[in-house]
Design a protein around this ligand. Structure first.
Ligand code: PEP
Ligand code: MG
Length: 883
């Protein structure tokens, strides 16, 4: 096995498609080198070494040392320096680089190779003693923190103390001698903390750093990040060792990050930030405010600090050229890191840039328009789940805005919630069902769980590429970063701005599109879907095989579903229509009356309301299929809960309160989810099914007359386990249809089908399909009954199951392909045996989950049905499944 791959000077042993072996960073450094771009020479230690390391008790393969030595020698030759040499030392950076980018999760060491001897050589060669000692103290800080476990705050304290003593306020006021004095103090601190000196041998330093990168693969932050992004532990990380270039060698040196297109809006314009006379992490750290790259951006931002275009014109032109080369080569928007050392540009990284959903759409559509990618590739470029971001509400322009501060528009969308100051609190409050805005000075990887829990994130410090901004954009959460006017007092749990103080729990609203922070909860509007959205959806619709319907019962939801492109209603839950204030009493009467006469009286009140509901649905859906499910009530939700409610029902039914109380007790169930629900209601009380069927058919006649379009209702029986159950309910439906036909003289076209949501129904699908004209897989109940896990109680124990790896994802979110999926497959196969053209769909929550939609495509369902907001997600996911 080859463990080490070199790159530099227009050549490389690796290339872009070797990400599995070299990690993303290493593979792209090799590729850039192959393209002849200026990349500081270096080498990559493969991910296989990481795997080996963990499989062999944290040891390396025997050949590694030799390969690293040879690679170091080659790098030294290209850089015309020598690692560890006292007169002409090679300094290197050591960075991690996993297959998938894990921002902020892993550690970096810069300036490695410096010691008491080489620092003098660097001072002499650079002609800059201050630079050399500044670099050395940075190295000691970073190396101690990352490799030796001596936290950087120790060094910051020493520095602060030193500055105070000398009356300095800025780091720039410190001279070479000051830094040299601090280096001594830093080394003393390391000695005091560890009981041994800071390592002076560059080789020892290097192996320490390599080991630290490999161990950081298993640190808590990395593990959390992998869990949240489902990155397997087995992938491992590579280590990149690269010759240092310096952005901190004076006013003609700089360091920066850039995107080839705007990652927030998708606009085709170079976008980024840089800092003159700065090194590596200074830009993202948010300590100094970075400058704009282009003049255009500088003017737009109203900044008086010169742009890179102005300050370093030659390096900027070269960078602009390279950014085009890379975007054309990778055929995607790139995220770039660069350093300018004394006027010379060096590329340190390229990768596909993270972007908002809005930007992803625009970039995909524009790249296709530019001919760089095909329409189908464009469809594949947008993460369906990320479309959620576009469907985020925005602040109503008519609403009053009490702007309390303005920061950077770091991630779009508006969010409102109660202020919390810690990630743990955000999580705890969310669990109590509260909406929160996480307010931090700045965020770090330790805050990720809180960012997930929050509606939005607000920080006082940090730019557009700060941790908060990058992570929020990835999550699709609104974020305002760098709102410098905020004074956050975490101890007092207050936020003060311009004399106004907000406490924990006070409500604020943030607008991630403008950067505004507003007092209180501001009214929001649903988003308009842009032109690119429609274009991409059009391309998606051309490729997908699955139809997409919506689960909807209210007119508002049905209209929303249509506007999102739903091709019908796959599930109308009639019990949801009964929660209305004006109806609940009649429903209670129906449930609680203990004879048929009482029930029929209540049903007579409900019939016209149900009929009107259906007329409206049919009108909105204009000839598209509408599946209406017969009553499937969790009875406990409908029973009266208070004495007042009980009295009300008793009065309305004309019986005494005790009778109602007795009936209420009779109906009480230990396990309502497995109780008197679904078709069991229709079997016990056929008059309920009869009323509903009548409402459906009468509505179909009325709506057909009104719209002039044929209405073909699909009447669905819930929760059957046996064909006999289906037969009984079907008979009631068909007899009612015949009666309505006779009364109205109209000819009805309709289908009677069933939910498949119990394992027995899936197993007996062949028999059931002899009667049922369609199946709709109810994967909520099917998951509940297949796992024997209560869907209402799963929250308390499924979390640990996911954490312990017993299950990969919550099976109520993403379909369990192996188990529940197997039941679906069986249902499909057996159903088709007796009715080859049976219509097949899914209407559980999984219908809007991209991975589950892919599964539905594979097993050959005809349609998925999901909540209206997820219709676009399902359309795109269905298209990607078909690519
Ligand atoms: C299901 O069980 O998947 C379903 C769609 O029905 P409900 O969620 O109403 O039980
Ligand atoms: Mg169900």
């Amino acid at each position: 096995t080859k463990w080490v791959y070199t790159f530099g000077d227009g050549k490389a042993e690796g290339k872009a498609d070797m990400k599995n072996l070299l990690g993303g960073k290493g593979a792209n450094l090799a590729e850039m080198s192959n393209l002849g771009l200026p990349v500081p020479p270096g080498f990559t230690i493969t991910t296989e070494v990481c795997t080996y390391y963990y499989q062999h008790g944290n040891t390396y393969p025997a050949e590694l040392k030799g390969e690293v030595e040879a690679a170091l020698a080659q790098v030294g030759q290209l850089a015309a320096k020598s690692f560890g040499d006292a007169a002409n030392p090679l300094l290197v950076s050591v960075r991690s680089g996993a297959r998938a980018s894990m921002p902020g999760m892993m550690d970096t060491v810069l300036n490695l190779g410096l010691n008491d001897e080489t620092v003098e050589a660097v001072a002499k060669l650079a002609g800059d003693r201050r630079f050399a000692f500044d670099s050395y103290r940075r190295f000691i800080t970073m190396y101690s923190d990352v490799v030796l476990g001596v936290s950087h705050h120790h060094f910051e304290e020493i520095l602060e103390h030193y500055k105070l003593q000398k009356g300095f306020t800025l780091d720039t006021e410190l001279s070479a001698d000051d830094w040299a004095a601090l280096v001594v103090k830093y080394k003393e601190k390391v000695n005091a903390e560890l009981g041994k000196p800071f390592p002076q041998d560059p080789h020892e330093q290097l192996w320490g750093a390599i080991g630290a990168v490999f161990s950081s693969w298993m640190n808590a932050r990395a593990i959390t990040y992998r869990r949240l992004h489902t990155i397997p532990e087995s992938w491992g990380t590579a280590v990149n060792v690269q010759s240092m270039v310096f952005g901190n060698m004076g006013e003609t040196s700089a360091t920066g990050v850039a995107f080839t297109r705007n990652p927030s809006t998708g606009e085709n314009a170079l976008y980024g930030e840089f800092l003159v006379n700065a090194q590596g992490e200074d830009v993202v750290a948010g300590i100094r405010t970075p400058q704009d790259l282009t003049e255009k951006a500088r003017i737009a931002a109203g900044s008086d600090k010169p742009s890179m275009e102005k300050a370093l014109p030659d390096a900027f032109k070269e960078f602009e050229r390279i950014s085009h080369v890379l975007e054309n080569h990778y055929r995607d928007m790139q995220d770039l890191e660069f350093t300018v050392e004394k006027g010379k540009l060096w590329m340190l990284q390229t990768r596909s840039g993270k972007r908002t959903a809005k930007a992803a759409l625009r970039i995909a559509v524009e790249l296709a328009a530019e001919g760089l990618i095909t329409e189908q590739e464009a469809v594949g470029r947008v993460d369906p789940a990320a479309l959620d971001q576009l469907l985020h509400p925005a602040i109503d322009p008519k609403a009053e805005r009490k702007v309390i501060a303005t920061g950077l528009p770091a991630s779009p969308g508006a969010a409102a919630g109660a202020i919390v100051f810690s990630a743990d609190e955000a999580e705890a409050w969310k669990e109590q069902g509260r909406k929160v805005i996480l307010v931090r000075v700045e965020t770090s990887p330790e805050d990720i769980h809180g960012m997930h829990a929050a509606q939005g994130i607000l920080t006082a410090r940090g730019g557009m590429t700060s941790h908060a901004a990058v992570v929020a954009r990835g999550m699709g959460k609104p974020c305002v970063s760098g709102a410098g006017a905020l004074r956050i007092d975490t101890a007092a749990q207050t936020l003060t701005v311009n004399g106004q103080t907000f406490k924990k729990g006070d409500h604020i609203t943030i607008d991630g599109g403008t950067g505004q922070v507003l007092a209180g909860e501001v009214a929001m509007l649903q988003p308009e879907l842009s032109g690119e959205f429609a274009t991409l959806m059009g391309w998606a619709d051309k490729v997908r095989k699955l139809k997409v319907r919506a689960n909807a019962e209210t007119p508002a939801d049905a209209r929303m579903a249509r506007s999102f492109g739903a091709e019908g209603i796959g599930l109308s839950r009639t019990e949801h229509m009964f929660f209305d204030a004006g109806r609940i009493l009649a429903v209670r009467e129906m449930i609680l009356s203990d004879d048929e006469t009482g029930r029929r009286a209540a049903l007579a009140k409900l019939l016209p309301m149900q009929r009107d509901d259906f007329v409206e649905l049919f009108e909105i859906m204009k000839g598209l299929p509408v599946t209406i499910r017969l009553l499937d009530p969790p009875l406990h939700e409908f029973l009266p809960h208070t004495a007042e409610e009980t009295a009300e029902v008793a009065k309305s039914l004309g019986v005494d309160v005790e009778r109602i109380e007795r009936r209420n007790k009779e109906l009480h169930e230990v396990n309502p989810m497995l109780g008197f629900r679904g078709c069991r209601i229709a079997i016990a009380f056929p008059e309920i099914a009869e009323m509903q069927a009548r409402a459906i058919f009468e509505a179909a006649v009325i709506a057909a007359k009104k719209t002039g379009e044929a209405v073909v209702p699909e009447v669905m029986v819930p929760l059957i386990a046996t064909k006999a159950e289906f037969d009984i309910v079907e008979k009631v439906i068909r007899e009612t249809a015949a009666a309505v036909e006779k009364e109205t003289g109209a000819k009805l076209t309709f289908q009677v089908g069933t939910m498949i949501e119990l394992p027995r129904a899936a197993l007996r699908a062949e028999e059931i399909a002899k009667g049922a004209e369609f199946f709709s897989f109810g994967t909520n109940d099917l998951t509940q009954t297949c796992f024997g896990v209560s869907r209402d109680d799963a929250g308390t124990f499924l979390g640990p199951y996911v954490q312990k790896g017993i299950i990969e994802t919550d099976p109520f979110v993403s379909i369990d392909v192996d188990g529940v999926g197997e039941l679906v497959k069986i249902g499909v196969e057996r159903g088709r045996k007796s009715r080859p053209n049976i219509k097949l769909g899914i209407c559980g929550e999984h219908g809007g989950d991209p991975a589950s939609v892919a599964f539905c495509h594979e097993v050959g369902l005809d349609y998925v049905s999901c909540s209206p907001f997820r219709v676009p997600i399902a359309r795109l996911a269905a298209a990607q499944a078909a690519l």
